[in-house]
Structures are given as structure tokens and as C-alpha cells.
Design a protein around this ligand. Structure first.
Ligand code: G1P
Length: 298
């Protein structure tokens, strides 16, 4: 019997230096893809997977994330007075239920592993999910939901993976491919940001994890790894020595919103999937590509 995944951790303490000046006063997780902040997509993915408790590991200058997941009384009143009931319903449907969101702070930027460890008291002694808001996914069924279904079959620990170009392995956590299991494969090793010729495969970790609580004990003593940071990947590798560990190739498309081109691609892809926006946007895109389709012509 596997224990249900009820809690999800969202590490949102990162500085977002790659998006300056947009992120000077605004958290990078609040950058919008079409008309929703990136963090809203990730929250909705967790909710679709049945998560009941949403744990945000924040940092300085991130309080607007708390405001975003709160009811704005004046805004609700104004929309109601103006009979904007569709907008009101949409806003309400995007809200977490009262009492289901917690916030804690990562006091120092010591790495992703440290950020996850900062949530240890809130997670307690049960398996949990981690969702990195840099990555947003498009799929008929959310990535974490797909993983939860796999978890019901296999238990253990699971990371979602996708294949990347061989030269891109240096940007990600990379897993080694072992025996196939239904829905994925056993992980043989994990390396954070390997050199291109040392990567065990081109399957990269796409920022969705289902982990057993023992990873927190490992993180308590985890030494700094790649980039001088405490890496979640290193702690998972240690956990892999004592517990089953699986990778699930995700059935859908991942957009790396931590990079400018990935973020812009996400905007295009999500806009094109919106019936209210797609027709006009498609025409505008065609026009841009026809007239300024290459860097030279721009
Ligand atoms: C983190 C993880 C890495 C993963 C990546 C996905 O790296 O450490 O294993 O592949 O997210 O976005 P970061 O992007 O924080 O450097």
C-alpha cells in the first residue's frame, strides 16, 4: 500500500536574475504566461493531482505571491457590482481553499535541496511532491497527476523526465536509465549539471518529484554540490541507495520558463491553445514570421 501524496512543496525563493529588470521588484514566479502568473499554472497542476496542502518556500520580496493566493475583497465587490460574474467565477475557481496554503522562508540562497529541506516541518513524516515553478507543462493530463498514477502502481520515489539535446545536459539534473517498469524506468544514477561527455543519458529532470520523507534527513547533512549549492539531486542519489527510484517520461510538453526563449515559447503555446485568443494571435504571429521571420531580417 502506498501512502497518498497530500502535500506539495513549491520552492519560490529564487532571485530571478535572468529576467532583470522585470524581476527587480516582482518575483519571477509572478511573470505572466498569457494572463496567469507562472506560479498559478503550477498550483493548478498540483491541485489537479489531488494535493491538499500547498507549501511555498519563499524568500525576501516574495510577499506578492501570498497576496496572489488570497481573496481580494475589494476586487470581488467591484466585479460583483459591475456584474462581471464570469471574471469573478474564474478568479474564485483559481483560489486555494482557506487554510490549505502555508509559507515558510528560505533565509539564505543555499540551493534547491536546502529550499526543500526548509519545508521539512510542514511536510512531516509523509511522502510529498515538489514542483519547480520554472517549468510549466502542457498536456491533456497534468504532469503531477500522471506521476501520481504511476506512484499508485510503483510507490517509491519518482521524477518526471524528458529527453534533451546532448549539449543541454549541462543545464539540468540527468538520470541514468535502468530496467523498464510500467510507465517509466528504474533510475540507475543521478547527476546534477554534468559535463556533456559525463552525462549518463539525455533524460533530464523536468522539475516534478514525488519523494519519500527520508530525503529530508539526508538533506539535513547534504554537502554542497554543483555550483556550490545544496542540490536536491545529490540527496535523491543517496536516497536511491536505499529506496526504489523511478523516472517517468512525461507525456506532454515542458517549457523551461527559467530561460527567456522557453518563457516566450510558453506564452506562444498557451496563447495558441486558448480559443478566445488563438485566432487573432495566430494571424499576428503569421504576419510577424512572414515579414521578420529571421534574425537577419528583424
Ligand atoms: C533544478 C534541478 C535540476 C532540474 C532543473 C529543472 O535546477 O536542480 O535537477 O533538472 O531544476 O528545471 P535549476 O534550474 O534550479 O538550476
Amino acid at each position: 500500500m502506498t501512502r497518498a501524496i497530500r502535500k506539495a512543496v513549491f520552492p519560490v525563493a529564487g532571485l530571478g536574475t535572468r529576467f532583470l529588470p522585470a524581476t527587480k521588484a516582482m518575483p519571477k514566479e509572478m511573470l505572466t504566461v498569457v494572463d496567469k502568473p507562472v506560479i498559478q499554472y503550477v498550483f493548478e497542476e498540483a491541485r489537479e493531482a489531488g494535493i491538499e496542502h500547498f507549501i511555498f518556500v519563499t524568500g525576501r520580496n516574495k510577499s506578492v505571491i501570498e497576496d496572489h493566493f488570497d481573496i481580494q475583497v475589494e476586487l470581488r465587490d467591484t466585479l460583483a457590482k459591475r456584474s462581471k460574474f464570469t471574471e469573478l467565477e474564474r478568479l474564485d475557481s483559481q483560489m486555494p481553499k482557506a487554510g490549505t496554503v502555508s509559507y515558510t522562508r528560505q533565509q539564505e540562497p543555499l540551493g534547491l535541496g536546502h529550499a526543500v529541506w526548509c519545508a521539512r516541518e510542514m511536510v512531516g513524516d509523509e511522502p510529498f511532491a515538489v514542483l519547480l515553478p520554472d517549468m510549466i507543462m502542457q498536456a491533456p493530463q497534468g504532469c503531477l497527476k500522471q506521476m501520481s498514477e504511476q506512484y499508485n502502481e510503483t510507490g517509491g520515489n519518482i521524477v518526471s523526465v524528458e529527453e534533451c539535446e546532448p549539449e543541454e545536459v549541462t543545464k539540468y539534473g540527468i538520470v541514468g536509465r535502468g530496467k523498464d517498469v510500467p510507465g517509466g524506468f528504474e533510475v540507475t544514477e543521478m547527476v546534477e549539471k554534468p559535463e556533456a561527455d559525463k552525462a549518463p543519458s539525455n533524460f533530464y529532470i523536468t522539475g516534478r518529484y514525488i519523494l519519500q520523507p527520508e530525503v529530508m534527513e539526508i538533506l539535513s547533512n547534504q554537502a554542497a554540490g554543483a555550483g556550490g549549492e545544496i542540490q536536491l539531486t545529490d540527496a535523491m542519489l543517496a536516497l536511491h541507495g536505499t529506496q526504489p527510484f523511478f523516472a517517468m517520461p512525461f507525456n506532454g510538453t515542458t517549457y523551461d520558463c527559467g530561460s527567456k526563449s522557453g518563457f516566450l515559447a510558453a506564452n506562444v503555446a498557451f496563447a495558441l491553445s486558448r480559443p478566445d485568443i488563438a485566432p487573432g494571435f495566430q494571424a499576428a504571429l503569421r504576419e510577424i514570421i512572414a515579414t521578420r521571420g529571421s534574425v537577419e531580417a528583424a
